[in-house]
Design a protein around this ligand. Structure first.
Ligand code: BTN
Length: 259
């Protein structure tokens, strides 16, 4: 089991994962982290579980992850975010996790808007942000992170679209080591954005983008559209050319149709 002492051995962060709540089984680490965040848990607090009975992804989808093989955890943040920066936080989190996975495995990781991470075109990690607003101010954000680490078989519904670090490297991955790389990268990224703001995020994200100049379908509020991805706006929206017009999408789901 991924216990706090095992995960914290050799971890050099100041805030991230200094406090870890570790579970064998839980409904969702995001649920637990939200309760803790509402009870004043300090920033950087982590909830991690070997198995989730109701792990969830974006857009109400389930997050399917075999027990004891992957990383499924949540981190409590209390960012001082302006409304324009809210969509840049997930992109910056994706950048940190992509860099950490590359460092731990040597694989090349790409970002798919809004917050999926891909290796060889398949999903290797997903991020779910959930926040609470009180009196018009952001009280907290919980970032839930699922990384497919050592799982080698996937349920048929995601078998063609998901992969794992073990599948891609052919080697079993040290999960505590990867966890520490992710925490170190998150702390660095988060401190950089706290001190400098988010202007560097869109250009850095574009360098890792898997979908630029590709034809995609985009679903938003049940409506399907297709167009060519042209970039990312300064506030983290996806720029999609549909016919002669370029539209900015701040939420939605993207499927790559052709290269
Ligand atoms: C997605 O790609 O749709 C986001 C997936 C997020 C999954 C993680 S696993 C840990 C945390 N707890 C949850 O219930 N979900 C997130």
């Amino acid at each position: 089991m991924l216990t706090a002492p095992l995960l914290q051995t050799g971890l050099n962060t100041q805030r991230f994962a200094r406090r870890i709540f570790s579970f064998e089984t839980i409904d969702s680490t995001n649920n637990c982290a939200k309760v803790l965040a509402g009870c004043f848990a300090e920033e950087g607090t982590v909830v991690i579980a070997e198995s989730q009975s109701a792990g969830r992804g974006r857009l109400g989808r389930p997050w399917l992850s075999n027990p004891n093989e992957n990383l499924t955890f949540s981190v409590v943040l209390r960012p001082a975010l302006s409304p324009e920066s809210i969509n840049l936080l997930p992109l910056s989190i994706s950048l940190a996790i992509a860099g950490a996975i590359e460092k731990a495995t040597g694989l090349s990781v790409q970002c798919k808007w809004p917050n999926d991470l891909l290796v060889a075109g398949k999903k290797v990690a997903g991020i779910l942000l959930e926040g609470s607003v009180k009196q018009n101010a952001l009280e907290y954000v919980v970032i839930g992170i699922g990384v497919n680490v050592n799982q080698i078989t996937f349920p048929h519904e995601i078998d063609t679209t998901a992969t794992s670090l073990r599948k891609e490297t052919g080697k079993e991955i040290d999960r505590p080591l990867l966890f520490r790389e992710i925490m170190t990268a998150l702390e660095r990224e988060y401190s950089q954005c706290a001190s400098e703001g988010f202007p560097s995020v869109p250009p850095r994200w574009l360098q890792r983008a898997a979908i630029i100049n590709k034809t995609v379908t985009l679903s938003q509020n049940g409506q399907m559209m297709s167009g060519v991805v042209r970039g990312i706006s300064g506030n983290g929206g996806l720029l999609v050319q549909i016919g002669d017009a370029t539209r900015t999408f701040l939420a939605g789901d993207v499927t790559i149709l052709k290269e």
